[in-house]
Design a binder for this molecule. Structure first.
Ligand SMILES: Cc1cc2nc3c(=O)[nH]c(=O)nc-3n(C[C@H](O)[C@H](O)[C@H](O)COP(=O)(O)O)c2cc1C
Length: 141
């Protein structure tokens, strides 16, 4: 089983990283669990330009940075832990841009094609795409 840990803090070694690294250490001790750690602050990441190509093609049109590859790694994972500092009572801009660029909404809309991998909560997201933010909030530390 592969679990991806995503640090959405601009500070690689801040409070968010401390919590996520503890989670990573705990998971790494479990048999059969492989943990991959993604530090968004280290990624070259352009802003989402709102072209909606991801809605049509399932792929981001911006091909000259690392985000699509990282997003694919996340999507191929069995589980994900996302950490973010609170900025203005929300997630960091860094994490928000990653969520936009990674077009997880598109993934959610395809959830019915992935029966075995999708939780009932994710199905609820499909019924009401406006649920995406609320659902993502459950994942954020
Ligand atoms: C721009 C900015 C906005 C913030 N807004 C909030 C906030 O609304 N509420 C809060 O409790 N903390 C807020 N904080 C504090 C951070 O959430 C807090 O310092 C966090 O632990 C930083 O995480 P890090 O060490 O991973 O960078 C803000 C910090 C910054 C830099």
């Amino acid at each position: 089983m592969v679990i991806t840990v995503v640090n959405g803090s601009p500070r690689s070694n801040g409070a968010t990283a401390t919590i996520l690294k503890e989670a990573q250490r705990y998971l790494a001790e479990k048999d059969g669990v492989q943990v991959q750690y993604v530090d968004l602050s280290k990624l070259e990441m352009r802003f989402c330009k709102g072209c909606l190509a991801c809605y049509r093609t399932g792929k981001c049109a911006i091909a000259d940075d690392e985000v699509e590859a990282i997003a694919n790694k996340v999507k191929a994972s069995d589980g994900i832990i996302i950490g973010s500092p609170t900025y203005g009572s929300n997630v960091s801009g860094l994490l928000k841009n990653f969520l936009d660029r990674a077009h997880f909404r598109r993934l959610a809309r395809r959830a019915d094609d992935m029966e075995a991998r999708v939780s009932p909560a994710a199905k609820e997201v499909c019924r009401d795409p406006g649920n995406v933010e609320r659902e993502t909030n459950h994942l954020i530390l």
